[in-house]
Write a protein that binds this ligand. Structure first.
Ligand code: BGC
Length: 667
């Protein structure tokens, strides 16, 4: 719902309106048509109570008096500084106001931040403000028309959409200058807020906050890649060269993933007391983090609140400062007649406090964690040694693990833990009894890798039957070139059609393997814990019969006490001489010493495995040296599509838990 009221009057008697967009949940944002100022942003905390998370005032005069603080304002034409107030464009030099020492800042005095806009569109959940800026306004070339659309949705996300056109090439870098405090701006210090900035690089600056050169890797107080209490970063202000230069944090970070199109997660801010998180998403390349270093102490704000230096932080998405003077940086130049379009989203939620203990194998950097970031406030570790588990999980409500073990003792000590999310199907890395008695939920992801596991099962079967690798190696070694005939074979090749495949375990993967086997015209036998509906021509048999009658045995059962060493000396003795064994399930399903003996004696014709009893395997694992043994390093889930599905499913499980629903729960 959009409502409008008179907020105040300008000095020359013009009305300043306040537009309130209220969403279904009662959360709201107040936007003034003067300077596009966001005056209030009230969103629910963990108890459902509304908290205003921005600084603002009840009258226009404090905004005018503190104009150089740009409280809540839309900033244009160019956010942040331009060195010496000069730049050259299309061969013409332009000179702008020096309103920040020798430099130009935020478009100059009396810029768009300090002007009334025309309201050009109002909808149920949005308001659009438009400014018309004539050629050479504040010294900038081109007649520029800027629209700023504020949309507040029912999920508590405020999207700010900037569009602009100009009749001459001109620099254009819009931002919003809201000062946020996630514990509520009545707080006198931002230090208790926690921040995470998605940037590996930043721009070093001099004491006038002008970039001194090329982007550098974040370090010291500016390395905010993991959740950091702002007080811990700011306490370095007397020792950290960057903070000394910026009089605190006042630096531009290079938003990771910037490509001019994608809305990237640039930054998150979290209030431990309210549980509210702000996620800043943007398609712009830079994020200025400004720790309110110049807010005057004792300012009287809304509802009698008193604001002090560093009581709030600005998270300003924009082009890099001084970029009109750096040709090799993303260009802020809006071409004549073209439309600039930028979006920044300030999304608010109460996330799960979480940690990912071993994210590297799931996502070595080629896919996105975004689905999980939407649900969780988290740090992601590539891998975690047992000795670090407790420290990294301290305070976490949710822990995500793939292969990092959570023992009963660990679970007992993790007081805040409410949820364990597996980045896998198999649940053998957690102590389920301990989780149950601690009342901790457990969810896994069945099915995400069904296609990949079934595919690798046949890759291993085909490798053993067709010997593709052996022949390809021989060809590359010159054996074909030197051959007297048009072809040669290095080892017997066997057909799948007509042979019998014994499938142990008939869940999603087992049944997919069955379908593919039938397409190869194989006969199929199934051994399953429970009764299953089987396709025509497929027979359910007991373990003994399956082992006796199958040419190829493939395992698709979970690891339990019953299935441990499912294939041991006795089982091997039942198998047909020369049969093939495949394991893409869990290593301990095989008694590896027994399997290696059977391979070396020729009793077992071949074995293909993607899993071993310990991973990575010990050097003396007998499988590594056994005859006719094809081994892949646990890759049956590693197809990119499978890993993308996995992260989406992990996020859905966690979102369901948060909403009080059970999804893929094992507890
Ligand atoms: C700048 C600061 C400046 C503040 C208020 C921020 O965007 O980075 O240096 O003091 O705005 O004008």
């Amino acid at each position: 719902m959009l409502t409008k009221r008179v907020f105040d009057y300008t000095k020359d008697g013009k009305t300043v309106n306040c537009f309130r967009i209220t969403n279904k949940g009662g959360a709201y944002v107040d936007v003034l048509d003067y300077g596009g100022i966001i005056r209030s942003l009230c969103v629910p905390d963990r108890n459902g109570n509304l908290v205003d998370v921005v600084i603002g005032f009840d009258r226009l005069s404090p905004y005018l008096k503190n104009r150089d603080a740009y409280f809540g304002a839309f900033v244009g034409r160019f956010a942040n500084r331009i060195q010496g107030g000069c730049f050259t464009l299309d061969g013409i030099s332009y000179s702008l106001e020096h309103n920040d020492g020798d430099n130009h800042l935020h478009g100059g005095t009396g810029s768009l931040s300090e002007r009334l806009a025309i309201v050009t569109e109002e909808t149920d959940n949005s308001v659009t403000l438009t400014w018309d800026s004539p050629d050479l306004d504040q010294g900038y070339p081109g007649h520029l028309t800027v629209n700023v659309e504020y949309v507040f949705d029912d999920k508590n996300a405020l999207s700010i959409n900037y569009t602009a056109v100009s009749d001459k090439d001109t620099p254009f870098s819009p931002t919003n200058h809201s000062y946020f405090n996630m514990n509520g701006p009545s707080r006198s210090y931002i230090g208790d807020n926690e921040i995470k900035v998605y940037a590996d690089k930043y721009l070093p600056v001099d004491a006038a906050c002008i970039p001194t050169g090329e982007p550098a890797t974040v370090k010291g107080a500016l390395d905010l890649r993991r959740w950091t209490k702002l007080a811990n970063a700011l306490k370095k202000e007397e020792t950290d060269a960057n903070l000394i230069a910026g009089s605190g944090i006042d630096h531009n970070f290079l938003v990771k993933g910037y490509d001019g199109e994608t809305l990237n997660r640039a930054c998150e801010l979290y209030g431990p007391e309210t549980g509210i998180r702000l996620s800043v998403l943007t398609d712009l390349p830079g994020l200025q983090v400004y720790s309110g270093n110049y807010i005057k102490d004792g300012l009287k704000g809304k509802l009698g609140q008193i604001y002090n230096r560093r009581c709030a932080v600005c998270l300003e998405t924009q082009y890099y400062p001084d970029s009109p003077n750096h040709d090799n940086w993303p260009s802020p130049i809006l071409k004549a007649g073209k439309q600039a379009e930028y979006t920044t989203v300030f999304a608010f939620d109460v996330p799960l406090k979480a940690v990912v203990l071993d994210g590297y194998t799931t996502n070595p950097g080629d896919i996105s964690w975004e689905p999980l970031y939407k649900v969780c406030r988290m740090d992601i570790y590539d891998r975690t040694a047992p000795k670090d588990v407790l420290r990294r999980c301290a305070g976490a409500e949710a822990v995500f693990t793939n292969k990092t073990v959570l023992t009963a003792e660990m679970i007992e000590q993790l007081d805040s833990l409410r949820y364990v999310g597996l980045l896998s199907t198999g649940a053998n890395v957690v102590d389920l009894d301990a989780l149950r008695s601690a009342g901790v939920a457990l969810a896994n992801v069945p099915g995400y890798s069904t296609e990949d596991v079934a595919q690798l099962t046949f890759a291993l079967i085909l490798e053993l039957c067709e010997k593709v690798g052996l022949h390809s190696d021989a060809v590359h070694n010159g054996e074909w070139t030197d051959c007297d005939d048009f072809c040669f074979t290095k080892a017997p090749i066997s057909e799948l059609a007509g042979r019998t495949l014994g499938i142990v375990g008939y869940g999603a993967i087992g049944s997919r393997v069955c379908e593919i086997a039938q397409a190869f015209r194989m006969k199929v036998l199934v051994n399953s814990r429970s009764e299953k509906r089987l396709p025509e021509g497929v027979r359910a048999v007991d373990k003994k019969e399956l082992l006796k009658k199958s040419d190829i045995v493939t395992l698709h059962a979970p690891l339990t006490e019953e299935t441990r060493s499912f294939i041991d000396d006795d089982a091997l003795a039942l198998m047909k001489p020369g049969a093939i064994l495949i394991n893409t399930a869990r290593g301990p399903l095989l008694d590896e010493a027994a399997v290696a003996r059977a391979l070396n004696s020729g009793r077992l014709g071949g074995c293909g495995v993607d899993v071993l009893s310990t991973e990575p395997p010990a050097e003396d694992n007998p499988m590594l040296t056994a005859k006719n043994c094809v081994i892949t390093p646990h890759i049956a889930w590693a197809a990119q599509a499978a890993r993308i599905r996995l992260i989406e499913a992990v996020a859905k499980n966690a979102a369901a838990f948060k909403a009080g629903r059970r999804l893929n729960r094992l507890d």
